[in-house]
Structure formats: structure tokens, C-alpha cells
Design a protein around this ligand. Structure first.
Ligand SMILES: Cc1cc2nc3c(=O)[nH]c(=O)nc-3n(C[C@H](O)[C@H](O)[C@H](O)COP(=O)(O)OP(=O)(O)OC[C@H]3O[C@@H](n4cnc5c(N)ncnc54)[C@H](O)[C@@H]3O)c2cc1C
Length: 592
């Protein structure tokens, strides 16, 4: 059985020194909130996660959610844990105080998501959809919808969902066919089927608020004809009390590879004439509302990668300290078997796990601080620049951190040897649970396309160039301030930054010359290149800050990342520069 300890020291060091929390506090964007306040919140989150949620992770995996007579029953203990979690105010942490939230910054919410996901990602994903519904309502909802729904969604008394996917409409939502007919009284009748809906039905809350994308009969085709509707499980009376059951139900639950505790539902709307829906935003402008919902949800899913990676790492390290196999080199033949943590190859795996986890954490938190700055900074120019940086970093945070979640969980299985493949140890669950995060909230391939097609060119490339300049400054600081313990970290970072710089120029040139195939073929390697260079710069920032106090672990981690991971940079650059050329002749292989 795996024990989870919230890594508060690492989390706080990453926030302060890699994500720029100290700078943001100094700019006073967080008002009178202090680093000590934040540490106190995180300590409470850690306690709750360790004591209440983490023990349910295996139960959720083994028992899963079940469908009986149209109702979904969550695994034993889940309802009590969710109720206690919401009652403690965790659901409303980032929401505005006007709606009953705590109004805490996104970076604090991100650290909490890191913690909740490490405790149980199947548990943590539900409230992410509620938060998305809250954001959509705050940004696009009518006063009446906000009055009736927001406070209950913020408190967690009701949960939200995101109903986008249909059998023929996955990554490409332009083909969705769920219908919305005007009822003549300002409401709409929704008819259709949605698949793969996370927490589409469950017993955690008495009402469920579905945010549903649908198409009006006279809507233009494609994404310009999509509208967003709020469709509650139970209609809500004018006084806020629950009314009649709406015309929607969960048809079935998916049997899936992981996150068994999270019900993944096929939802049917309108079997009996149409579910009552309320327009959110304007007719045919649902795509903009959807992006509001998805943006922060993408960061939240990135943090699912970070959380699962952290849990897998903690478990693998504990196992490697206990398990004895083989003698160390240059020890007498009768010496006892050593704990495997002393073998170089096991050290390599564990260091890779930790270095990737910390890098992914840093990129997610950095994104969160920029989102905070974009909302809270006093200077409009600073807000706009931060908005661009957050937009640039969001697909990187989502895709890299979820790739890391899976890769680290896989290494965790490897550290356990054969036992890693056996369910009892729990290492296999992390691997299974981590896999979905690379797929939902936009597959990682779609994130990479977003990065090269829409984000690298933001503000004429200024956003990406500004980030690269910050990475260069870290390399320079390493040269002047880094001691001998850093080894070749400075040189490695400098060389990796130059690779990223050239690769960025290549992508921008492809876009400028309409060579879209080159940009698209380069998308995933470019995202990885960006992430590992940003990741190394972030680890170096933390190490430089730590070295002044306690040299050791942080420096070793930055150095390892430089020597073992960032050395991929020139290879990734070569693939980016090859563009579509790397896929030349694929027709012969693929037969099409
Ligand atoms: C457990 C689970 C929970 C989910 N929860 C929700 C939810 O709550 N709400 C919801 O609405 N949906 C949900 N989904 C759906 C999820 O968001 C989709 O599965 C995802 O967006 C991918 O769509 P798809 O499965 O149709 O794959 P496809 O779109 O068919 O993609 C298949 C492959 O083709 C690639 N691809 C597709 N288009 C392109 C392109 N233009 N260029 C390059 N590559 C491309 C993809 O990257 C992928 O590798 C969930 C799915 C699962 C499995």
C-alpha cells in the first residue's frame, strides 16, 4: 500500500523560485497575501489529502463507479470524502469571494491540484469540471443563471460537467450534432447523445449542472454554429430549490484502463421531448465559451500529470530503499545484497522521475502565476503580456506534464521490477491512471498543434522570444553564480536555449511562408524541446536559490536534468528543422 506525503518543501520552492511567486508578491498583485499564508493553506491541503483522499485511491480503482437502475454509485467512502472536502471550502478556493469562494490565486489552486491529484486523480478530476462550469458562468452567464447556480457550484454542493464529445466529434467539434430547439419561452430543448462525460452522473451531489455544446436548427455549419447550454439534472425553481427531473440520463458507463473511481458516462438528452437548457453566452458563439472552460482545465489536467508522477516517484523511492538485490561494484563477494537504490541504473531511473516531475511542476506553476498576473496586475501592458505568456505556456503545461506523468509512472513500474506489473503494489495503477491525461482536454498532439499554429506567433513572436530571453538569463546566472557542483549545467542550458531559439525561428518561418505541413510535422518535437529547455531553466532557478542556503539536492537535480535530459535538445531541434521532410515517404509505409 502506498503512502503519500505532500511534498510541501518542493512545492513552495518551485512556486517561489521557478514560477516567480516571490516576484509576483513583490509586485503586490496578490494584495496582502503573504508567502506564509500560502504555506499555511498548502499545509492544510496536504493534511486533508494524506489523511482522507489518498487512502481512497485504491478503493476507487478496485471498486470503481457502478451504474444501477440509471444511477451511478461511487466507490465506498467517496461521497463522505467529497462532502468533507467541499465543506472544508476546497472547491471554492480560486472562485471570487462574491460567489462564496476564497478568491485565492491560481498558483495556490495549482499547488492544491498537484496535491489532490497525487492523492487520487480519479477523485480530483471531478471538481475540475465544476471549476470549468463556474468560469463559463462567470464569464458568459446571465445574471439569473449566476444567481441560481454559481453559489452552489462554488461551494461544491452541486458539481458541473463538460459535455463536448460525441461519437463522430472528438478533437474536431465542428461536426457535433446534438440539437437545441428554441422553446419559445427563452429556454431551449436539447436532444442528442454525448459520450465519455466525466462525472456525468454520480451520487456525490444532489444536482449536476451539465454544460452542453449543441447546435440550433438554423445554425451555420462547423464551429461557427455551436452554442453552449446549461442543462441541469434537476431543474431549479426561482427560489433556488430543486424542481422536476430534467429529460436526461446516463445510458452507460465506460469500462476503462484507469481512473476507475471517476465515472465516464454516455449521456442521453431528450428521450422524452427534449431536456430543458439555458443559453450561456450568445447563440452560435459557444466556441468562445468552450475555450473559457477548457483553458484552465488544460492546466488542471497538466497538474494531474504532475500529481500522479509525484505519487509514483514517492512509491518507487520507498521501494528502492527497501528492496535488496545484487552487490555493488568493488565490494567483497560475500558482502550482502545492497538496497537497489544504490545501483547506478536504479539511481538513473529515480533521478529521471524526480527531475521530470519537478520540471513539469515548475512549468505548470509558471503558467499559473502568469494567469494570475494577467488577471491581477495593475498595469494593462503587464496584464496583456502575461496573458500572452500564459496562452503560450498552457499547451506546454498540459502536454509535457501529462507525458511526464505517464513516463514517470512507467519508470515507477520498472523500479519495482516484476512486482510493478502486479496490481497489489499500486505502481501499475499510477501507470493506468496517468494515461488518460495525455488524451482528454485536447490530446497532446492537438496541444502541440495549438502551440505552433497559434501560440508561437503570438504578438509577432514576442511572447516566445521573451520566454527564451528569460531562459538565457538563467544560463548567464549559472555561469556567474553557479558553483562547481553545477558541473556543465550552464553550458548545457546555453546550448539547449540556442537549439530552441533556432527551432523557434524555423517554426515562425514555416508559418510566415505558409508551409503549414512543416509546422504541423514539427509540432510535437517542438513542444518537447520547449518544455525541456524551460524545465531545465526552472530547475536551475530553484537550484541557484537553494545553493545560497542548502546546497545539495536541487543542484544535483538541475545537473542531472542537464546531463541526462536536456541533451535531447539538439536532436529535437534537428527533427523540427526537418519539418515535413521527416515524414517524407510515409505514404509508402502507411499505404495512404
Ligand atoms: C476517460 C475519459 C474521460 C473524458 N471526459 C470527457 C468529458 O468530461 N467531456 C467531454 O466532452 N469529453 C471527454 N472525453 C473525451 C476526450 O476529450 C476525447 O477522447 C479527446 O478529445 C479525443 O477525441 P477522440 O477520442 O474522438 O479522438 P480523435 O479526435 O479521433 O483522435 C484520434 C487521434 O488522432 C489525432 N488527431 C485528431 N485530429 C487531428 C488533427 N487535426 N491533427 C493531428 N492529429 C489529430 C489525435 O491527437 C489522436 O491521437 C473523455 C475521454 C475519456 C477517455
Amino acid at each position: 500500500m502506498t503512502i503519500y506525503r505532500a511534498p510541501l518543501t518542493d512545492i513552495i520552492a518551485t512556486m517561489r523560485h521557478a514560477a516567480g511567486l516571490d516576484a509576483a508578491l513583490a509586485e503586490a498583485i496578490y494584495g496582502d497575501l503573504t508567502a506564509d499564508d500560502i504555506a499555511a493553506v498548502l499545509a492544510e491541503a496536504g493534511k486533508f489529502a494524506e489523511e482522507v483522499i489518498a487512502p481512497l485511491n485504491r478503493v476507487g480503482d478496485r471498486e470503481g463507479a457502478r451504474l444501477a437502475d440509471g444511477a451511478v454509485v461511487t466507490a465506498p467512502g467517496w461521497k463522505q470524502a467529497y462532502t468533507a472536502w467541499a465543506a472544508a471550502g476546497w472547491n471554492g478556493l480560486p472562485a471570487a469571494e462574491a460567489w462564496g469562494g476564497q478568491g485565492l490565486p491560481m498558483v495556490v489552486q495549482s499547488a492544491c491540484l498537484d496535491i489532490w491529484n497525487a492523492a487520487s486523480s480519479a477523485f480530483a478530476i471531478g471538481p475540475v469540471l465544476t471549476a470549468a462550469a463556474v468560469e463559463a458562468l462567470v464569464a458568459h452567464g446571465t445574471d439569473e443563471l449566476r444567481r441560481l447556480y454559481l453559489a452552489k457550484l462554488v461551494s461544491g454542493e452541486w458539481m458541473g460537467t463538460m459535455n463536448l464529445t460525441e461519437p463522430q466529434a472528438g478533437s474536431d467539434l465542428s461536426t457535433l450534432v446534438t440539437r437545441a430547439e428554441r422553446a419559445g419561452d427563452g429556454t431551449y430543448r436539447i436532444t442528442g447523445q454525448k459520450i465519455f462525460i466525466t462525472y456525468g452522473e454520480h451520487d456525490l451531489t444532489e444536482n449536476i449542472v451539465h454544460m452542453v455544446l449543441a447546435r440550433l436548427p438554423d445554425a451555420p455549419s462547423g464551429t461557427r454554429g455551436i452554442s453552449l447550454f446549461l442543462v441541469p439534472k434537476f431543474l431549479v425553481n426561482a427560489d433556488g430549490s430543486l424542481g422536476a427531473r430534467n429529460d436526461l440520463h446516463c445510458h452507460s458507463l465506460e469500462h476503462k484502463l484507469g481512473i476507475h473511481g471517476s465515472p465516464t458516462c454516455t449521456m442521453v438528452f431528450g428521450d422524452n421531448g427534449g431536456a430543458t437548457g439555458y443559453l450561456v453566452g450568445e447563440e452560435n458563439r459557444g466556441l468562445a465559451c468552450m475555450f473559457t472552460m477548457m483553458n484552465n482545465a488544460r492546466l488542471a489536467v497538466g497538474l494531474q500529470g504532475v500529481g500522479v508522477a509525484e505519487r509514483a516517484w514517492q512509491q518507487a523511492l520507498a521501494y528502492a530503499q527497501e528492496r535488496r538485490q545484487g552487490r555493488l561494484p568493488n565490494t567483497p563477494s560475500d558482502s550482502p545484497a545492497a538496497p537497489i537504490v544504490h545501483h547506478a541504473d536504479v539511481r538513473r531511473m529515480l533521478m529521471t522521475m524526480k527531475a521530470l516531475t519537478e520540471a513539469a511542476r515548475a512549468i505548470c506553476y509558471l503558467t499559473a502565476v502568469e494567469l494570475d498576473r494577467a488577471r491581477l496586475a495593475g498595469d494593462p501592458d503587464m496584464r496583456r503580456r502575461a496573458q500572452d505568456t500564459a496562452a503560450l505556456l498552457t499547451p506546454v503545461a498540459k502536454a509535457f506534464a501529462t507525458d511526464v506523468g505517464f513516463d514517470v509512472a512507467s519508470l515507477g513500474v520498472q523500479v519495482h521490477g516484476g512486482l510493478g506489473f502486479i496490481e497489489e503494489t499500486g505502481a501499475a495503477q499510477h501507470l493506468r491512471d496517468a494515461r488518460i491525461a495525455m488524451i482528454y482536454e485536447g490530446t497532446n498532439g492537438i496541444q502541440a498543434i495549438d502551440l505552433v499554429m497559434r501560440k508561437v506567433g503570438l504578438a509577432g513572436g514576442t511572447a516566445v522570444r521573451t520566454r527564451i530571453a528569460a531562459m538565457r538569463r538563467t544560463a548567464q546566472r549559472l555561469l556567474t553564480e553557479g558553483g562547481p557542483a553545477f558541473g556543465t549545467t550552464a553550458a548545457r542550458l546555453r546550448s539547449a536555449v540556442e537549439s530552441l531559439d533556432r527551432a523557434t525561428s524555423a517554426v515562425l518561418t514555416s508559418l510566415a511562408n505558409d508551409r503549414l505541413e512543416d509546422a504541423l510535422a514539427a509540432a510535437t518535437p517542438y513542444l518537447r524541446l520547449f518544455a525541456i529547455v524551460q524545465g531545465l531553466a526552472a530547475l536551475a532557478d530553484v537550484a541557484l536559490a537553494a545553493e545560497a542556503q542548502t546546497p545539495g539536492a536541487k543542484v544535483a537535480l538541475a545537473r542531472f536534468f542537464a546531463d541526462a535530459i536536456a541533451v535531447e535538445a539538439p536532436a529535437l531541434e534537428a527533427t523540427v528543422l526537418a519539418g515535413a521532410g521527416a515524414l517524407a515517404g510515409a505514404e509508402a509505409v502507411l499505404g495512404c
